[in-house]
Design a protein around this ligand. Structure first.
Ligand code: SAH
Ligand code: SF4
Ligand code: F3S
Length: 439
């Protein structure tokens, strides 16, 4: 049997990042090695995302690039598509590209050792069954970073927001066994991890036997008192008072919540099947800020949803002005085949979508700039991450409110995973700049 050396590229959300670590773990347990460079691998897997058209287009271009790259290098390596695009497009991927020989969906990763080994012998194989129970709870992800960990506490989604492909690519919602989560937390503590991010499409609906999400969060906060604990993402409809109290009560639960608004118009929210109103969202933010005064809130916004009027769009801008999110991920609506929204006429012209999106982005940039400027002069604690891409003397860290801070670390006094106090002396809409405080 040919020795397998696998290289995995990851696209999409944090769940995919964690899944890649799970796949690496499954592959190495079967005797394969993980290649550190593309050019050293005989199996190349792309862990893909389907959430918007652009995400998929990028992968199709990447497959072509990889094919040419391999040809030029005269290398024989097989290319596999795993993750959400594999699940959505299934066997069609073989038709879309001759260079794909493996298609494996998010619930079938245990089959990868066999499928990759068959592919190296020349066969094409597909596994795209969704599962009601698979959570990979017994698999310890093969993590790269030694200080910050992703940890999936549930998989799938049952919300069926009208525009969203995730319930189709990830299947039904299921919560992971609490005992296995706590076992992994103990492992992270024992291995000196400094931060864990609990992952799920809607962590608020975590439920295993009698354990709800606030209970799980509390148990973890007590069990890992020195670790920063984050979670993403929460659905605004079922974010409970108990969860807000838990964030307030435990210092190591980060003062940061991602709460996707999508739209500020009640009519559009209803069309989107989000099942909350603008007023409910605003109340939630008020409650959260009362209980956790320093809490940073980020959001997602979709511009140009079908039938969105100028007035609906203005409602979104007004609500954003009222709430003043710390940051936001902003997208123009992208129809996804098979979703409910894709059946409605995508009637907003492209230029109009772009104009609305730009208005949303400009507004949020101004708010983020103003909010970040309020941090100047403050002393904040950061967790040191890595050198910045632009200048390796500058290093990047993050506050517990999830703000990125750049500081000079020319003498490499601080290492990744260190906690460090900085005085903020400058800010932009996306970044804070800090200096170390002389002791
Ligand atoms: N489960 C998360 C969202 C995961 S998808 C949550 O509900 O918070 C991340 C974001 O992508 C969504 O919040 C939404 O803003 C955006 N998105 C999803 N489908 C989209 C589509 N068809 N077009 C544009 N943006 C989309
Ligand atoms: Fe998609 Fe809605 Fe589920 Fe989030 S909650 S993954 S937006 S269906
Ligand atoms: Fe994309 Fe799948 Fe995540 S569609 S956003 S990778 S769950």
């Amino acid at each position: 049997m040919a020795l397998i050396s696998v290289f995995i590229e990851t696209y999409g959300c944090q769940m995919n990042l964690n899944d890649t670590e799970i796949v690496k773990s499954i592959m190495t347990a079967s005797g394969a090695s993980v290649a550190s460079e593309l050019a050293m691998a005989n199996v190349i897997l792309l862990n893909t995302c389907s959430v918007r058209y652009n995400a998929e287009e990028r992968i199709l271009n990447r497959i072509d690039f990889l094919h040419h790259f391999l040809k030029k290098q005269k290398r024989n390596a097989v290319i596999g598509i795993i993750g959400c695009m594999a699940e959505r497009l299934k066997g069609k991927l073989f038709e879309l590209s001759d260079f794909v020989s493996i298609v494996v969906g998010p619930d079938e990763y245990r089959k990868l050792p066999e499928i990759t080994s068959n592919a190296l012998k020349g066969s094409k194989d597909i596994a795209v069954e969704l599962s009601k129970t698979e959570t990979y709870s017994d698999i310890l992800p093969l993590r790269k970073s030694g200080f910050s960990a992703w940890l999936s506490i549930m998989r799938g989604c049952n919300n069926f927001c009208s525009y969203c492909i995730v319930p189709y690519t990830r299947g039904r919602e299921r919560s992971r066994d609490t005992t296995s989560i706590l076992k992994e937390i103990d492992y992270l503590v024992a291995n000196n991890f400094k931060e864990v991010t609990l992952l799920g499409q809607n962590v608020n609906s975590y439920s295993f036997n009698d354990t709800t999400f606030p209970k799980l969060l509390e148990t973890i906060a007590i069990r890992a008192p020195k670790m920063r604990i984050r979670f993403i993402t929460s659905h605004p409809r079922d974010m409970s008072d108990e969860l807000i109290e838990t964030i307030a009560k435990y210092d190591n639960v980060c003062n940061y919540v991602h709460l996707a608004l999508q739209s500020g118009s009640d009519r559009i929210l209803k069309e989107m099947n989000r099942r909350y109103t603008a007023e409910h969202f605003l109340d939630l933010v008020t409650k959260l800020r009362e209980a956790v005064p320093n809490c940073a809130i980020s959001t997602d916004i979709i511009a140009g949803y079908p039938t969105e009027t100028e007035e609906d769009h203005k409602d979104t801008l007004h609500l954003m002005q009222k709430i003043r999110f710390d940051s936001a991920f902003m997208f123009k609506y992208s129809p996804r085949e098979g979703t409910k929204a894709a059946k409605i006429n995508d009637n907003i012209p492209e230029e109009e979508k772009i104009r609305r999106l730009n208005e949303v982005i400009n507004l949020q940039n101004n708010i983020s700039r103003e909010k970040n400027a309020l941090e100047v002069g403050k002393i904040v604690e950061i967790l040191v991450e890595n050198p910045s891409r632009k200048n390796t003397d500058d290093w990047v860290g993050r506050t517990d409110t999830n703000k990125v801070v750049i500081f000079n670390n020319k003498n490499k006094k601080y290492q990744e995973g260190d906690f460090l106090n900085l005085k903020i002396n400058k800010s932009t809409s996306a970044t804070l700049f800090g200096e170390t405080i002389e002791e």
